[in-house]
Unconditional design. Sequence first.
Length: 320
Amino acid sequence: MLSSLKVPNLVLPKSLQAIIDRHNEIEGARDKPVLFVSFSGGRTSAYMSKWLIDNVSHLFELCFTFANTGQEHEKTLDFVHQCDKAMNMRLVWVEAEVQHGKRVGSKHRIVSYATASRNGEPFEEVIKKYGIPNAAFQHCNREMKLNPLNSYRNVVLENLDPCAFGFAIGIRADEADRMSGHAEKNRLVYPLIGANVTKEQVLSYWSKQPFDLEIPEHMGNCVTCYKKTDRKLFTIAKHEPERFDFFKRMERDYSFNGAGEGDRKFFRKHRKVADIIASSEQSFIEWSDKKVGYTPDLFGMDQHSGCEESCEAFGSDFEG
């Protein structure tokens, strides 16, 4: 059993109270507003899910969702499944259903822990239509997370009496700069920012639970995400170069797909998988969760493009 995160005499964060206030103004509204909870698969969004269950489940209909890309680490999927069972989340797993030949974004299909893609199938379909994603073409989050989750949301709301709703995003107080600049417009709420929850609290909590996410930070999200730092990518390539096989095949088969001219590459500075592998064979200080042996160089080996600890559907680059 997971430890409780119940807060005595909780003062509801203003963003959550605002949803309730909007709901109360709707004539003929259902009993409670709906809060769609975006579970990214990491410790922070898992902590947020438990916090919401323990503190506001009597005020909101909580709808938990996980958008699977097919390129997450298997242990991420295991952690998601364990959280679902331990919290009785009734988690809905969705994957992108790409609309080939149509000028519309991806819809969704519902899968499960057992049937979820594990070989990049949704990712490949997105690349077939839109091309290889990179710093200049950042459509992967949009088409594999944002659009499928919105598609599922629309289906849910169509079958409910009128209600107010919002999206709960797992971003902490110490990373508030990752909030979307269009949060209010798009009904995004950040409960852990309102509750002033930090990374140290999240790590401390999970270290005391009967299970945890059993992978180091650099292996999270899509394992070889082009947004990760070079230090993380080189470390993965040095120890598990086979993790890049999917991206290598995408470069071979679809480098000329999508908008723009010329062949696309995944990684910053127009680098291919082969370049990352070659760099990993040179001398460098490997990634460490505790940053042992180096001072982070934010303009060099530790420069990133937005993928640090979690990949949120409604991140700082979401405009709506």
